[in-house]
Every structure is written in structure tokens, then in C-alpha cells.
Design a protein around this ligand. Structure first.
Ligand SMILES: [Zn+2]
Ligand SMILES: [Zn+2]
Length: 118
């Protein structure tokens, strides 16, 4: 196990449709909501195959709207989406691994994962 950074601040900013997180090691991550929803790790979205979540094409704007963000224990969070979907559990470790900042992901995200284009 060992130490792993966890978010100390989480803020949804509708202006850029992103969840902004400040991690305990002062790293800042900005997750476009489309990116988080497209990689929703729940069994309904991903099936039961295990392994890393695969990109799921988004079809409705409500799928990328954030209604609520709640902690799960001290290791993860859940997001309630605008279409009522709330079964995805995003572990802090996984979120940090997904960080799309230029330092963590030099190639950046593909356009479709950056924002929802209805
Ligand atoms: Zn899901
Ligand atoms: Zn990063």
C-alpha cells in the first residue's frame, strides 16, 4: 500500500465543465467531466470484465453534468451525474493516475474526451 496522495480540495466548476482537485502533495488536477464520465468505472458502464475502464461514447449532455460529489470512505469519491447515474466509484489513486495535466499526460486528451459535443 504505502502513502498515496489524496484530494484535499474538490470543486466542480461549471464554467469549464471540470472537476478541479488539489492533491495532498500540492498537485492540481483538472478533470473534464466528459473524461470522468466516459471512463466511469462502474459495472453498468464497463461490464464485469475487470481491467482498466474503457472509453464509453457519450450521447447526452446530462451524462456529463455533475449534480453531486460525495466521498466514499477515505479512498474514493462518487459522482452523481445529471442523468441520475451514480454507481461509479473513482478511487483517489485511479483519479491521480488519470490526471490529464501536461506533466502527467504530455500528449493530452483526445478531443472527444475533453468535452461533450452533442
Ligand atoms: Zn457507470
Ligand atoms: Zn497531473
Amino acid at each position: 500500500m504505502g502513502y498515496f496522495p489524496h484530494p484535499v480540495e474538490i470543486e466542480y466548476k461549471s464554467a469549464d465543465d471540470a472537476l478541479h482537485m488539489l492533491f495532498s502533495d500540492d498537485h492540481v488536477s483538472v478533470f473534464p467531466t466528459a473524461y470522468l464520465r466516459g471512463y466511469c468505472p462502474c459495472a453498468r458502464c464497463q461490464g464485469h470484465s475487470g481491467g482498466d475502464p474503457e472509453w464509453q461514447t457519450l450521447t447526452r449532455k446530462s451524462q456529463v453534468e455533475v449534480d453531486d460529489v460525495q466521498p466514499v470512505g477515505n479512498y474514493a469519491l462518487t459522482i452523481t451525474w445529471g442523468d441520475g447515474h451514480d454507481t461509479g466509484i473513482y478511487s483517489f489513486k485511479k483519479l491521480r493516475e488519470m490526471c490529464p495535466c501536461p506533466e502527467c499526460m504530455p500528449d493530452g486528451l483526445p478531443d472527444e474526451e475533453r468535452s461533450f459535443e452533442g
